[in-house]
Design a protein around this ligand. Structure first.
Ligand code: PBG
Length: 334
């Protein structure tokens, strides 16, 4: 009789465990849960205002009253947290980004409304100056148009403190200035905000997948032909992302993020393996637009590809995912 060494075909047939649903379920390594979702929301001035974002079908800029409705719906579906992105009127943008730390600014007011009505919903705010600068860069610029680091950090600290004072649970610096996590952490401690968490966009790449977001917040027009290569990371680099994460953790970050998501899952895995800290990833606007466009054309099955894409984040080691699909996914998972 033919002898086959143990461990080889036909004694080992990996298809056996795939044969039935029960055994597939028993050996399933990762699961997507509503607890994994963070829902990004765009907030604009006014009341009863609902403006569609052309390049993100299904996503709208909402005035604070409707933002509250949307956040309530997500909260009731079990989504743990929302991430707020303000859309500022062009006449409020200037070279100093002064609206960024206005205690009565749009983001600050939106935080207060959400925390008053939905105290258990986690509220995450974006710390960066691009929605507030007349040139659309994430920081203050010098005469040559270069984004200056340390002066920008001073403004980011003021912005972060104004968010914490408004009641934000989590401050999420997405600007990529050096040293901002440490400066913000020290200021939060000094002002008594000892429990304000910092979610650092540690490995944020200079990505073309942010295009629809820049339309949504209106920074694309301001940015013109400009780019963010002098502060956001080069998509070619991986080791550098680990250095960024290491520094942000040393400076006091509670959580770290990789952004964009799907094309950067190798970075998520490396960060998780190396540091073992709460690690998040952002399925950004361009990823949303891609999936949505294909689904709308009937080329992809929306629900199936969205769930698969988010499961892939989990498999890569992400503890949670920022996704514009969060509310839909929470509904599907119910
Ligand atoms: C800017 C910021 C960006 C995003 C979140 N915060 C865009 C950028 O860096 O130009 C992108 C999010 C998305 O594309 O969904 N501070």
């Amino acid at each position: 009789m033919l002898q086959t060494p143990a461990g080889c075909f036909p004694s080992v047939r990996l298809r056996r465990m795939r044969k039935d649903d029960f055994s597939r379920r028993l050996m399933r390594e990762n699961r997507l849960m509503v607890d994994d979702l963070i829902y990004p929301l765009f907030v604009t001035e006014g009341s009863k205002v609902r403006e569609p974002v052309a390049s993100m079908p299904g996503v709208e800029r909402l005035s604070p009253d409707l933002l509250l409705d949307e956040a309530t719906a997500a909260f009731e579906l079990g989504v743990p947290a929302v991430a707020l992105f303000p859309v500022i009127a062009p006449d409020k943008k200037d070279l100093q980004a002064s609206e960024a730390w206005n205690p009565e600014g749009l983001a600050q007011r939106a935080v207060r409304i959400l925390k008053a009505r939905l105290p258990e919903l986690g509220v995450i705010t974006d710390v960066a100056l691009d929605p507030f600068t007349s040139h659309g860069q994430d920081g203050l610029i010098d005469d040559a148009g270069y984004v200056v680091n340390d002066k920008t950090v001073d403004v980011l600290v003021k912005q972060a403190l104004s968010h914490a004072a408004a009641g934000a649970d989590v401050i999420a610096p997405s600007d990529m200035m050096d040293g901002r996590i440490g400066a913000i952490r020290q200021a939060l401690e000094a002002e008594g905000f000892v429990n304000t968490r910092i979610l650092a966009y540690s490995a944020k790449y200079a990505s073309s997948f942010y295009g629809p977001f820049r339309d949504a917040v209106g920074s694309a027009a301001n940015l013109g032909g400009g780019n963010k290569y002098s502060y956001q990371m080069d998509p070619a680099n991986g080791d550098e992302a680990l250095r960024e994460v290491e520094l942000d953790l040393q400076e006091g970050a509670d959580m770290v993020m990789v952004k964009p998501g799907m094309p950067y899952l190798d970075i998520v895995r490396r960060v998780k393996d190396r540091f073992g800290v709460p690690t998040y990833a952002y399925q950004v606007s361009g990823e949303y637009a891609m999936l949505k466009a294909a689904a709308q054309n009937g080329w992809l099955d929306e629900r199936a590809v969205v769930l698969e894409s988010l499961l892939a984040f989990k498999r890569a080691g992400a503890d949670g995912i920022l996704t514009y699909f969060a509310k839909d996914v929470a509904t599907w998972l119910k």
